[in-house]
Design a protein around this ligand. Structure first.
Ligand code: NZQ
Ligand code: ZN
Length: 381
């Protein structure tokens, strides 16, 4: 195990009715002006907005809406939120949505406290914000695990880069499976595939022999696959949605990552593909993963064999990659670039740009060079 310091920042309220029971208490420690942040309007249709606004107002808060946070949130949207937070003297931000809303709010929370350009501060000067508006999350679509970590993935449209930024983790997170019941089928499945990807990308990073992280990651992968299959049979299975909600948090709340290195090369490719195409995150991962793993399977043969055996019940390393590819098909997820919803045609030239600009991770089974990344992306065409 490598050295680590571990401290947990987020208090979790899990279960049906959690907000009704605990939200007023959870926000009582913060000031009067609460920013209620959400996406394109699903929370208005399914009643979550009214329920939360009612709870906040009954608790004596002044509620300021910040709406229209898009999937793959942009840096421009962050600036809009930060401006509003400053103008309204916001004391607390409540992010209500999936990973996109929560990520956007994490960076709004920091940007609202500084006149510096946060992107430049983090990406160029490698300095990180020290002051933030406290924020909490109410998860309405699970998968990313953003509600329990201090990272945020933001698209800088001017620079054509989608990248992780450091931010403060939410002070609390509400995970109510009933809030996810209106999430469309494809988003449910692609969100769950994102969870599977997080556990796989952690597991395939280098770790010490018999590291507990590997064992827990495999358990999360198994459980995610089992519950995704339950949802394929019955998309309204609330128990399976709840199981996946906690898998999602567990895969990305950091507990798997302490004391080891992780891979996350598939994520780096997908994020940059997202910068060019605005594609759905989980769906982009579904396209990239099998092609990437076919390239590195020989570099971590034992690990792939164990993964195949414990998650899909197959025998060899190569079979494990094909079992993953078959599972992606079984889920009805995209398997080729052309099946992704993209704002622009995905051409070899576009993929060359993705390969030339994506982050290259050093500590996966084998460091890739940009030509191999391009080959992998082209194999997804
Ligand atoms: O915008 P609305 O109308 O709310 O619709 C959303 C959106 O269209 C809809 N939705 C959410 N809750 C709903 C609902 N529809 C009906 N009923 C509900 N209860 O779901 C759609 C997708 O939402 P989004 O937040 O974009 O999805 P997801 O949770 O997959 O988040 C994706 C973003 O998170 C980043 C991704 O890169 C991407 O930008 N990630 C963040 C991570 C982190 N911070 O730890 C890790 C991940 O690897 C990932 O990169
Ligand atoms: Zn992800």
């Amino acid at each position: 195990m490598q050295k680590f310091v571990y401290e947990y920042a987020t208090k979790v309220y899990f279960g049906e009715g959690a907000a009704k029971e605990h939200l007023a208490d959870a926000v009582s420690a913060y000031g009067k002006n609460v920013m209620l942040a959400y996406g394109g309007g699903s929370v208005k249709k399914n009643g979550i907005y009214d329920e939360l606004k009612g709870i906040l107002e009954a608790a004596g808060k002044r509620v300021v809406d910040f709406s229209g946070i898009m999937s793959n949130p942009t840096y421009a949207k962050v600036q809009e939120g930060a401006k509003l937070a400053k103008e309204e003297g916001i004391d607390f931000i409540l992010a209500v949505g999936g990973g996109s809303v929560i990520d956007c709010c994490k960076i709004v929370a920091a940007q609202a406290k500084t006149e510096e350009d946060l992107w430049d501060m983090e990406m160029t000067q490698h300095r990180f914000p020290t002051e933030v508006i406290p924020m909490g999350a109410v998860v309405t679509a699970s998968g990313t695990g953003s509600e329990m970590n201090g990272g945020a993935v933001i698209t800088n449209e001017e620079k054509v880069i989608k990248a992780g930024m450091a931010a403060a983790a939410p002070r609390f997170a509400f995970l109510d499976p009933s809030y996810t019941m209106s999430v469309p089928r494809m988003q449910v499945i692609s969100g769950a595939f994102d969870t599977l990807s997080h556990a796989m990308e952690t597991y395939f990073g280098n770790s010490d022999q018999d590291n507990v992280s590997d064992d827990v990651a495999l358990a999360i992968m198994r459980n995610t696959v089992v519950n995704m299959r339950r949802l394929l049979a019955d998309i309204d299975d609330i128990q399976a949605r709840g199981n996946l909600m906690w898998d999602s948090a567990m895969a990305e709340n950091g507990i798997l990552k302490v004391g080891r290195v992780t891979d996350f090369q598939a994520h780096q490719m997908e994020h940059q593909l997202g910068a060019y195409t605005d594609c759905n995150h989980g769906q982009g991962l579904a396209v990239i993963h099998p092609a990437y793993y076919r390239h590195i399977v020989k570099d971590a043969e034992e690990k792939f064999a164990r993964f195949g055996k414990e998650v899909f019940g197959v025998d060899t390393a190569e079979e494990s990659v094909e079992a993953l590819a078959a599972f992606i098909k079984e889920c009805g997820l995209p398997t080729k670039m052309g099946e992704l919803k993209s704002r622009t045609e995905i051409t070899p030239e576009l993929l060359r740009s993705v390969a030339d600009t994506c982050n290259v991770i050093a500590c996966n089974p084998r460091k890739l060079d940009r030509n191999e990344i391009y080959d992998i992306l082209m194999e997804c065409m």
